[in-house]
Design a protein around this ligand. Structure first.
Ligand SMILES: CC(C)(COP(=O)(O)OP(=O)(O)OC[C@H]1O[C@@H](n2cnc3c(N)ncnc32)[C@H](O)[C@@H]1OP(=O)(O)O)[C@@H](O)C(=O)NCCC(=O)NCCS
Length: 181
């Protein structure tokens, strides 16, 4: 039995533990999963180190499958310090995509954040090419507030030049959440 901060039907969410390192390395070492992330896929050794670092980092939440105890995802949730606004990010083990786990975890995070943490606004930015992420944010009921054109890059072309990408910004206010729940 694990100690979760909060739960949904199939998932438990808690802080990272040192024993999560191997499951987490499966996510960090995968090139496809890392493609839209602000880092390149980790080597196995670097991934294990990064997993240890996250144990002490309060911005990250571990998503656990309750029936097996396996860590299948990471949620990033960081306050931008001002105005009660938090950014959410996520990354899940590719073997578990397509089951609604990420949507379920994000929904549970919203409930915890608005009800317990008294957060005022949650926002996310997704590369418009990242269809799975955009679909997740729409499914989560977030409002698409705009698109920042060529605002950042996470890849370089064959000449080492940045591949600038457009980022869609999604947000949800506490009144949106409580109005719908
Ligand atoms: C973004 C990411 C988390 C989305 O994962 P995902 O599994 O597609 O997301 P969801 O949990 O919303 O699952 C939705 C899919 O599960 C299906 N599904 C199956 N059972 C379901 C259920 N009970 N509830 C909801 N959806 C269900 C949906 O139909 C949908 O299928 P589709 O892919 O054919 O449309 C994942 O692609 C990822 O980790 N990407 C790499 C990291 C990344 O890009 N992060 C975002 C940076 S902005």
């Amino acid at each position: 039995m694990q100690d979760f901060l909060f739960e949904s039907e199939r998932l438990g969410i808690r802080r990272f533990l040192p024993t999560d390192a191997e499951d987490f390395a499966e996510i960090l070492t995968d090139e496809i999963t890392s493609y839209f992330e602000p880092y390149e896929a980790f080597s196995e050794q670097a991934a294990l180190k990064e997993a240890e670092r996250l144990t002490y980092d309060e911005r990250f939440f571990a998503v656990i499958l309750k029936d097996s105890g396996k860590l299948i995802g990471k949620i990033y949730f960081e306050s931008m310090k001002y105005f009660g606004s938090y950014e959410i990010g996520y990354s899940f083990n590719r073997s578990f995509w397509g089951n609604g786990y990420a949507s379920e975890a994000v929904g549970a995070m919203f409930k915890y954040a608005f009800e317990k943490m008294k957060v005022r606004r949650i926002y996310a930015e997704a590369d418009v090419r990242n269809e799975r992420s955009v679909k997740l944010l729409e499914r989560a009921g977030m409002r698409r507030e705009g698109t920042f054109i060529k605002s950042a890059y996470f890849q370089k072309d064959e000449n080492g030049k940045p591949v600038w990408s457009d980022f869609a910004c999604f947000a949800l206010l506490s009144e949106d959440f409580f109005g719908n729940n």
